[in-house]
Write a protein that binds this ligand. Structure first.
Ligand SMILES: *Cc1c(COP(=O)(O)O)cnc(C)c1O
Length: 355
């Protein structure tokens, strides 16, 4: 019989969102409510015509654009087929059997999967108020800890910790522990917080930031993410990534998207407005909603039973929310912010439910 190696055979398939029957509107995967930048679509179409060629393995034009927009060192940027590829490579490259990776209670589920793939133990620090807390992380660091992962803003919580608190976390971690800050939703917060203080951490040699084009940039289907990493770490990660990991079309779409900051700002503004008004309306109904810095809202109902009822009622109305049992948040649903008619429909369903 052909059998997979033990650690793979023991793994469950990655739990993607249940998207419901065709015709259902997904509010389950934090995709953008809006279309990509027209210049990104145009650039992708242009690149399509040269599809006989392999993509640029150095992601040259894309890195130049990211570096220019954020004021970063181009050589310290890496691009991935989604930030998931970069997260997987970081764990594969810097942790293994006998090591520990330390995440947070409600951290991104893929960290655990990538640890299983590399045979690394994954442990998590509590998030008391559904919020990453450096005071909870630090006591959990052991001699075996190789990497600490923090999502800011968090998924599925949506909550944000100040970048200054993450700088203090870095200062209190041992210097030989790699800190990875997953900023998949960073663009939603850049205007409010000071993104440079985290970019500056990278120069110290033991911090990596990851970002994504899937959320604020509305390019989930293109699969592009980037990391800002110290040179010595980036060189190791590069060996693990597929040499031609990001398609030529996707590189061009992401390049044009990052150069269209005006469009991004408009998407962020519109998404935030829809999120805040939906969240306020849910609070009026008695549902708890933590302040979110993302394109989704976490709805916390009075009981797990109410969360199940709400999920069923939404589903009956063609709307798929994301149940949170996998995070042990049985009283919660995570709702991706969609366009105004969809948000109004979701709210109407919740209003009718008599919570
Ligand atoms: C969506 C998401 C990612 C991965 O995004 P990619 O599509 O792989 O770029 C990573 N981290 C968090 C917290 C996310 O929500």
């Amino acid at each position: 019989m052909i059998s997979a190696v033990d650690k793979i055979a023991a793994m469950a398939p990655y739990a993607l969102a249940d998207l419901g029957p065709t015709g259902t509107i997904s509010m389950a995967q934090n995709e953008s409510a809006f279309r990509p930048s027209p210049s990104a679509l145009h650039a992708g179409q242009q690149a399509l015509a040269a599809s006989e060629l392999y993509p640029d393995p150095e992601w040259g034009a894309l890195r130049t654009a990211i570096a220019k927009v954020h004021g970063l060192r181009r050589d310290d940027l890496l691009c991935g087929a989604g930030s998931m590829e970069l997260i997987g490579a970081l764990i594969a490259g810097f942790a293994g059997p006998g090591d520990e990776v330390l995440g947070c209670q409600y951290g991104y589920a893929y960290f655990a999967t990538a640890c299983q793939l590399s045979g690394t133990r994954y442990v998590t620090a509590p998030e008391p108020q559904l919020k990453v807390d450096p005071e909870e992380i630090l006591p959990m660091v052991t001699g075996a800890t190789k990497i600490v992962f923090v999502c800011n803003p968090g998924n599925p919580t949506g909550t944000v910790v100040a970048n200054s608190a993450l700088v203090r976390l870095r200062e209190n971690l041992p210097i030989d522990v790699l800190l990875v800050i997953d900023q998949a939703y960073g663009e939603f917060c850049d205007p409010m917080d000071d993104p440079e203080v985290l970019f500056d951490l990278v120069a110290r040699g033991n911090t990596v930031l990851t970002r994504s084009f899937s959320k604020a940039y509305a390019l989930a289907g293109a699969r592009v993410g980037w990391a800002y990493a110290p040179k010595a770490i980036g060189e190791q990660i590069r060996k693990i990534l597929n040499p031609n990991n990001v398609s030529a079309v996707s590189q061009e779409m992401a390049r044009a998207a990052v150069l269209d900051q005006e469009y991004l700002a408009e998407l962020v503004r519109r998404t935030s407005e829809l999120r805040d008004s939906f969240s306020d309306n849910c609070r009026v109904l008695g549902v708890q909603v933590p302040e979110s810095g993302t394109n989704f809202a976490l709805l916390r109902f009075a009981s797990p039973m109410d969360a199940v009822r709400a999920n069923e009622a939404l589903r009956k109305n063609g709307l798929m929310a994301r149940a949170m049992g996998g995070y042990d948040l049985h009283d919660c649903l995570r709702i991706t912010i969609c366009d105004r008619p969809v948000m109004e429909r979701a709210l109407a369903v919740l209003k009718e439910m008599e919570l």
